[in-house]
Design a protein around this ligand. Structure first.
Ligand code: ZN
Length: 130
């Protein structure tokens, strides 16, 4: 079954978007913001699709549960920041994690603020900074 492009747009418009933890690392390394991904979802077209069901892990179809994870932000020889206690959806079966777009936006602000303050290495608690 293919997810219709207009359904993706409706969900993206409502911020019903989740990001894999791995995606966030790669987005950061390429300078891509969560809202830029949203813009692509709103205006782009589908070039490939996989069968998916709501609230099931896209990798193993395991059930997802709310949890808190650590998210590393790093750029070679520039900074290594780890944000702890980040709310996420975690797969009970394979352990992979997904983050809502509102959380990714907050992470982007937290890391930008830390870098503006000259912080190049360390741990940041999400609940204190978000
Ligand atoms: Zn899984």
């Amino acid at each position: 079954m293919e997810i219709a492009a207009d359904l993706i747009r409706v969900l993206a418009e409502k911020d019903r978007i989740a990001f894999k933890k791995h995606s966030i690392l790669r987005m950061n390394q390429r300078g891509i913001l969560a809202d830029e991904v949203k813009e692509v979802l709103l205006s782009g077209e589908i070039i490939e699709s996989k069968e998916k069901k709501a609230m099931k892990c896209v990798l193993c179809s395991g059930g997802m549960e709310r949890s808190a994870i650590s998210v590393p932000y790093e750029m070679d020889q520039e900074y290594i920041l780890v944000v702890r206690g980040v709310p996420a959806w975690v797969c009970r079966q394979c352990g992979d994690s997904f983050l809502d777009i509102s959380v990714v936006r907050a992470l982007e602000k937290i890391v930008a603020t830390a870098r503006q303050n000259g912080v190049t290495m360390g741990f940041i608690e999400y609940r204190n900074a978000a």
